[in-house]
Design a protein around this ligand. Sequence first.
Ligand code: NAP
Length: 256
Amino acid sequence: MMSTVNGRIIAVTGASGGFGLAMAKALLDAGAKVGLIARSADKLESLCAELGPNAFAAPADVGHSEAAAKAIQSVAAHFGGLDGLVNNAGMARPGFADDWRDEDINAQLQLNIAGLMYCCRAALPLLKASTNPRIVNVSSASAEHHDEMAGLSLYAASKAAVERLSRDLRRELAHSGIGVTILRPGAAMTDFAAGWEFERLKSAVTAWQRQGPWMDSGMQPEHVAQSLLFCLQMPAGVSVDLLEVRPCTPVEKFKF
Ligand SMILES: NC(=O)c1ccc[n+]([C@@H]2O[C@H](COP(=O)([O-])OP(=O)(O)OC[C@H]3O[C@@H](n4cnc5c(N)ncnc54)[C@H](OP(=O)(O)O)[C@@H]3O)[C@@H](O)[C@H]2O)c1
């Protein structure tokens, strides 16, 4: 029997676009109260004005410990508790080993791993008061599958770390009744690669084309949001430990 997210209070990081915004909308449609966390304060405010009173903007860079904690706490203070945390904010910067840049290494590790840990730490005391508490950590198919993209080894490693961390967290939190889920999406159409430098993108794509002519077609963010809802609808005491969602129709790889 499926549980319901109606009335539950869920904080979603990286909620100003891409998967996070689609997740927030799907949760709101299902009756949840959603705290949207991302850096773009103005964008979040206007989104929440459109989304209605069950959407609350909590702008923060979750790569900063204090800001992350403040954002999570403000969501709980606004709605009166916290039932779920979706650690979705994440980023990638392509680069091969002979050209790894300190700033790229630090940025990916800081947001993808440390940011997620800051949010979990801040959410735990709040989640422990919930009757059906959940943490969902968004990973990536690249943590497991080598054909996803070339030049993203550091990103893939950061997501592999998220998965390893999630498994230990699940065991550590079992007695608190907190379900921990790894949500592992494959390629999707978002702004994920929007900021990539052209030369780095080009060399990553060239190397990736050498791996073979076919790629997975891209999913829509709404598909990933749908899989999040499935995870959150498990009844208390039951959790989806790992859900991998990937497109299943191959298409020819694009060329520059
Ligand atoms: N797209 C894919 O193909 C794909 C596949 C597998 C896994 N994923 C994973 O899915 C998650 C979402 O990806 P996406 O494709 O939706 O990315 P996206 O379109 O680039 O959106 C990223 C979101 O994260 C926010 N964000 C970025 N840095 C942040 C920070 N320091 N603090 C708080 N929020 C921050 C962004 O908003 P602001 O700029 O306003 O902060 C934005 O809302 C990521 O963890 C990614 O690794 C993506």
